[in-house]
Every structure is written in C-alpha cells, then in structure tokens.
Design a protein around this ligand. Structure first.
Ligand code: ADP
Length: 330
C-alpha cells in the first residue's frame, strides 16, 4: 500500500516536472518569436518613415536592415544559450532526482534486509543456547548445535565488517594495509572454506601456485569470498562453481564462474552499486544486503585492478578480476 502511494506520488512529481519544463521551453520559444516579430515591425516602421527622395535613403535602408539582422542574431544567440542552460539543468536535476529516488529505495531494501540478516543469527544463536541449557544432549548433537552457532556468529561478524567497511569507504577513512600476499594460497583457502561450509556444493578449483601481489590481505579475502559466496548463492546448490586463478605476464586473472541464471545486461550496470539487489525485498528469497559487489569493486579499484561480469556458457555468469603481479623477493 505504502509502495503504491509512493509510486503515485512519484508519478505526479514526474508529470509536474515535465509539464513545467515543457512550459518553460514553449515560453522561451514564444518570447523568441515575439521579439523577432517586434524587431521586424520596428524596422518596417522605421522604413516607412524614410523619404525615398532623401539622398541618404539607400544607406539608411541598409542600416535599418543590418540593425534588424543584428537584433535577430542577438536574440537567437541569447535564446539558444538560455535553452541550452535550461536543458542541461533539467537533465542534471532529473538524473540527480532519479539517483536519489533509487538510492532511497535501495536504502529501504537494505534496512529490511539487514534487519532480517541481523535477527536470524541472533534468533538461531539464542535458540541453540537455550536448547543446550535446557536439555541434556549427546556429545554429537551438542557439537552440531555449537558449530551451527559458530557459523551464525561468523555470519554476523561478516555482516558487521561489511557495513563498517562500506562506511569507511564512504567517509574516505579506509587505509589499506599493504603487504606481499600469496594470492594462490588465499584463493585456495577461500575455496576450501566454502567447501566445508557447503559440503554438497561442487566447487572446482584451477589455481596456479605462487602468484603474489602487494595488497591488503583481509580486503582481498573479503572480495574473493564475496564472489564465491554469490556464485553459490545465486546458482543453486546443485550447480557447480569454478574458481580459476592464473597469471599472464604481469597480470593476475581471477575468475569465478557459475551456472546459475546469470545477470541481464541491464542489471550488469547496477549490480556494483551500493545496496543494489535485483528484485524486491518482499519477494526475494536469497539472503543479502547488496553490499558485497559494491565492496568487492571498491577493494579491487583500491588495488588498481578491474572487475567485470561476463556471460558463462551455457548459462550463468563469470566474474573476472584482473590485478597486478608483484614478484615475491623473499
Ligand atoms: P547481495 O548478494 O547481498 O544481494 P551483492 O552486492 O553481492 O549483494 O550482489 C548484488 C546483486 O547482484 C545480487 O542481489 C544479485 O541480484 C546479483 N548477483 C551477484 N552475483 C550474482 C551471480 N553470481 N549470479 C547472479 N546474480 C548475481
């Protein structure tokens, strides 16, 4: 209901905006035509006042006609400048307003998602601890509940880290701690982590050993984890995921491939935006906050790298990252 009201209000504002803009442009054209007509009338009037037998008649006629031409050129120039400024301003305002509306919708979605993401681990942890306190369980069951609780607290931790990091990026407070990182080992660890976390998921690895780069280990880990987690999350548990790391001269290539439903060309432009998630929070059934790819892109840019998304064949997508090799001197 609230959504419908907001959409209606948005439609009214958009119509009012376009109406006003059309009115301003029409008024400007009208004023231009009126001024041109007025200056022509003035010239005609001045020509009528002239006497044909006057020796300076021809020169005077030329002068009046020149003056009229000058006036028309002046009106055209000024009118075109005004029109250009108005149109540029209108485009700027329209784009800024659209960005603002989008961002506030995404923020609303984010608040809903984050509340859900915070509440779930807290509720699971509480329930597990209550069960452990109330019942005398067998060792194996206790272990299961405890590792489940640990996993949930890990999730909470990642969520808090992501929110904190996003605000650091926004405030320009993020200071990378750069060291020589064994990227091959890092990617291997990430893949191993997800294999343990999702034992039924097939995660294939093709990781070239001894690839080093200068970077912030924790941030790079977060970026790689985000991509593998997304590949698993958006491709369904039955579909295999592949992680490829290789080097080509001075360039490192990291690819995370999945065979899910892929990402449409239209959405590809937006998935790296902060809080962007496809679909609507009320209808979506995957968990998330829309911060993962935003952070991943920021991290990769901070390491002078590049991230892109491509189609996978026959289905799904490939997130491809390119970074710069650092020779390990140790
Ligand atoms: P989150 O996963 O928390 O929603 P992300 O920033 O990681 O946020 O991803 C943004 C959006 O990009 C997701 O909501 C999803 O729609 C899309 N997306 C990301 N990775 C994939 C993928 N591997 N396959 C399909 N869609 C994806």
């Amino acid at each position: 209901m609230a959504g419908l009201l907001k959409r209606k209000r948005l439609a009214v504002i958009t119509i009012a905006y376009w109406f006003l803009l059309t009115y301003i442009v029409t008024a400007l054209i009208f004023w231009f035509l009126s001024l041109v007509r007025q200056s022509r009338q003035m010239s005609d009037y001045k020509l009528l006042q002239l006497k044909k037998d006057d020796p300076g008649y021809v020169a005077r006629v030329a002068e009046i006609q020149n003056e009229e031409k000058r006036k028309v050129t002046q009106y055209t120039g000024e009118g075109a400048t005004f029109m250009l400024l108005i149109l540029l301003g209108a485009v700027f305002v329209y784009r800024a307003a659209r960005r603002q509306i989008r961002l506030s919708a995404q923020q609303r979605n984010f608040m809903m998602a984050v509340t859900h993401e915070l509440k779930t681990p807290i509720a699971v942890t509480k329930l597990n601890i209550e069960t452990l306190l109330r019942r005398k369980l067998e060792e194996q069951q206790q272990q299961k509940l405890l590792s489940n609780t640990l996993r949930e607290s890990d999730r909470l931790n990642v969520l808090c880290d992501n929110i904190l990091l996003a605000s650091q990026f926004d405030a320009g407070d993020y200071l990378p701690e750069k060291e020589i990182v064994d990227l091959s080992a890092l990617v291997q660890e990430s893949a191993a982590y997800f294999k343990t976390r999702f034992p039924q998921q097939h995660v294939a690895e093709n990781i070239e050993p001894d690839i080093y780069m200068k970077g912030d280990r924790l941030m790079l880990q977060l970026a790689v984890n985000n991509l593998i987690e997304n590949a698993i999350k958006y491709s369904g548990r039955q579909q295999p995921v592949e992680v490829v790391l290789c080097r080509n001269k001075k360039t490192i290539l990291l690819k995370v491939k999945d065979q899910g439903k892929g990402i449409s060309r239209k959405e590809r432009k937006r998935i790296f935006e902060k809080f962007y998630r496809s679909g609507d929070e009320n209808t979506r059934n995957t968990k998330g906050t829309g911060l993962g790819l935003y952070l991943t892109k920021r991290i990769i840019s901070n390491h002078n790298g590049h991230i892109a998304v491509q189609d996978n064949i026959p289905s799904g997508c490939i997130f491809a990252i390119s970074l710069h090799v650092t020779e390990n001197s140790s």
